[in-house]
Ligand binder design. Structure first.
Ligand code: FES
Length: 129
């Protein structure tokens, strides 16, 4: 279960496998500037400070330049983390708009941490189960 950490607040969001960064932000009760939600407007860009992500759908060169593909620019509505990632929002702070969803995401984090600890104790990895 990859995580998204928001710099500098330190908020941690837990994603389901294959889930986009933007979906995770909204699912965890946060609001962020969004437009088309399908990789066409470039409004949802953030900076990825660490970690790896991929795009499961093509992203046009008019939305992300070649340099942006290399410099950590992350199109949140299309980016699917392969590892835990840390992002920094552009020009605004993350806003918590739904505390109930935030609590659900926090429970998911607690379950994931408990499962990871149990696997560690048992000496197994998720694929071995
Ligand atoms: S919301 Fe339009 S590109 Fe992400």
């Amino acid at each position: 279960m990859p995580t998204v950490t928001i710099h500098p607040t330190g908020e941690v969001i837990y994603l389901e496998p294959g889930e986009t960064v933007l979906s995770g932000l909204y699912k965890a009760g946060f609001a962020y500037t969004v437009g088309c939600r399908r990789g066409g407007c470039a409004i949802c860009k953030v900076d990825c400070r660490s970690g790896q992500f991929r795009y499961d759908h093509p992203v046009a060169d008019t939305v992300l330049t070649e340099d942006e593909h290399l410099d950590g620019t992350c199109l949140t509505c299309r980016a699917v983390p392969d590892t835990d990632i840390t992002i920094e929002l552009r020009g605004e702070n993350v806003r918590l708009v739904n505390t109930f969803l935030h609590m659900i995401n926090d429970k998911a984090r607690q379950r994931a941490e408990a499962n990871a600890a149990a696997r560690l104790m048992a000496g197994t990895t998720p694929k071995e189960q």
